[in-house]
Design a protein around this ligand. Structure first.
Ligand SMILES: C[S@@+](CC[C@H](N)C(=O)[O-])C[C@H]1O[C@@H](n2cnc3c(N)ncnc32)[C@H](O)[C@@H]1O
Length: 281
């Protein structure tokens, strides 16, 4: 590689410009097929431009400029494979993310569903490290109904699921939790930096690995949370997912989505928009 080309590449990555070595569509398709059979993740359902840009930027970070070399690296190096799946499945989350919406759940949707059904079945789809499902578990415990409810949480990423099952969080991660919920976390180190969520909550959640873009879903949920997961999915993949969720809900069941998301064709699928970000079957 000439010095000029190298300098241009370096400048390009600094400025986040399109890279000189953008693989062809054919190369990407072959890479996606190999990844699908290697780790079972269907990249064809992710928005092309964004995903491909992120793959190229990861390749460049590893000084690799050909997709087949990058694929070889992923099959040989576990850490690189982890870096790759992390890039695709960004795990950012927080407890009671968009607090006012969780207030609405606690004061309106959950009590209504409980009144109608007695006990309810809830699914956090794309649960990351568990902050979302444990937020729900804390609400149910405060309403004295945790024991009789069923809680399921799923994610594609096995590492993040292992973290969720353990229920260990840093002081920073607990930063957004209101005082009344702090009692659910016990310090597990002398510095008071690491906390363990109460067994009462961890033992109530069934965690499972699931790719939302593949396979069939369990039925009879009263509440499904799928928040900040679909941002990189294609429109077709989102349409299918929201219709699949509809089929997994009981009549009157509620789908709760992220605060930057919308279901444009919700009426067509059969939902009513009960309140912003809450779609009811
Ligand atoms: C940004 S986090 C959102 C966590 C939580 N729902 C929230 O709103 O705070 C997105 C999660 O979706 C998961 N995810 C992305 N694509 C997925 C897929 N195809 N199937 C299942 N989970 C997926 C990621 O692994 C990640 O943990």
């Amino acid at each position: 590689m000439s010095e000029d080309t190298k300098n241009l590449k370096d400048l390009g990555s600094l400025l986040n410009l399109p890279k000189l070595n953008m693989p062809s569509e054919e190369e990407f398709n072959s890479f996606k097929k190999k990844i699908a059979s290697y780790i079972g993740l269907n990249l064809f359902n992710y928005k092309n431009a964004q995903m491909e840009r992120r793959i190229v930027s990861l390749m460049n970070r590893n000084n690799i400029f050909k997709l087949d070399e990058y694929y070889k690296l992923l099959t040989l190096d576990k850490e690189k494979l982890e870096e790759f799946t992390n890039m695709l499945t960004i795990n950012v989350t927080e407890f009671f993310r968009n607090n006012d919406k969780f207030d609405e759940l606690e004061q309106k949707f959950i009590p209504d569903l409980l009144q109608k059904h007695g006990s309810i079945k809830i699914w956090s789809a794309g649960c990351s490290c568990g902050a979302e499902i444990y937020s729900i578990a804390m609400i149910l415990d405060r309403l004295n109904v945790l024991e009789k409810c069923t809680l399921v949480a799923s994610d594609f990423d096995q590492n993040i699921l292992n973290r969720a099952k353990k229920g260990h969080y840093s002081r920073f991660e607990l930063g957004t939790i209101r005082a009344e919920y702090k009692k659910y976390f016990k310090p597990i180190d002398t510095a008071g930096e690491k906390f363990q969520v109460d067994d009462k909550l961890t033992s109530k959640v069934r965690f499972e690995r699931r790719d939302l873009l593949n396979g069939t879903f369990e039925k009879n949920f009263h509440l499904i949370l799928c928040r900040n997961v679909v941002i990189y999915f294609t429109e077709e993949a989102k349409d299918k997912l929201y219709a699949d969720f509809y089929n997994s809900l009981t009549n009157g069941g509620v789908l709760f989505i992220g605060s930057t998301e919308r279901i444009h064709n919700y009426k067509e699928i059969g939902y009513n928009l009960n309140s912003s970000f809450f779609y009811q079957k």
